[in-house]
Design a protein around this ligand. Structure first.
Ligand code: CMP
Length: 172
């Protein structure tokens, strides 16, 4: 709210949203209010994988998650069975690393999370860094904590459709 600004001729935030180039300079809405309205909260599935749990890195990873502004909407420690790991990574079934990946994911407990933030899917993928820690940017979780391209500390959904399926499946 900008006191002193004229409200004459101003449109509501909903109308601004529909009129991309509407001049907001003459209105009393601060630009942050417009942007806050236009962005929407999103959820992503995140997993702290067995390699990171085994090495007692979960606390540090959760701290980074909270420091980056995510809200932890659900959290559960899960020891995946081989069948559950194979189901979760079914999209990679034809890959040469499938057997190794799924036995690694079933090798010990993981921590499964639902994270919420603006643009959570991309934000979480940025925080994780590249799949291969050798290629991950400095400061990312995988650069800091991953052991290898397979034992790479964390997982995240790659798109809204997969996030919806993974979040729905997380209890099974
Ligand atoms: P994630 O983001 O969970 O998605 C699929 C996983 O497969 C990936 O992290 C890695 O753990 C694993 N992965 C991807 N590429 C390879 C690879 N070339 N060799 C071994 N594991 C891989």
């Amino acid at each position: 709210f900008w006191p002193g600004r004229s409200t004459a001729g101003c449109r509501g935030i909903g109308q601004l949203q529909r009129q991309e180039l509407q001049s907001i300079e003459d209105c009393r809405w601060p630009i942050s209010a417009v942007y806050n309205h236009r962005m929407s909260l999103q959820r992503t599935l995140a997993i702290i994988k067995p390699d990171a749990v085994e090495r007692k890195l979960a606390g540090r990873i959760l701290q980074r998650i909270e420091d980056e502004g995510f809200r932890v909407r659900a959290m559960r420690r899960m020891a995946l069975t081989q069948a559950q790991a194979e189901g979760f990574y079914a999209v990679h079934a034809a890959r040469p690393f499938f057997a190794s990946l799924t036995s690694f994911m079933a090798s010990g407990p993981a921590i499964v999370l639902v994270l919420e933030a603006e643009d959570a899917i991309a934000k979480w993928r940025t925080l994780m860094g590249a799949t291969d820690p050798a290629k991950a940017d400095a400061g990312t979780l995988r650069k800091e904590f991953a052991e290898s391209i397979e034992r790479n500390a964390t997982h995240g959904s790659d798109a809204p459709e997969t996030a919806a399926v993974e979040i729905a499946d997380r209890k099974s």
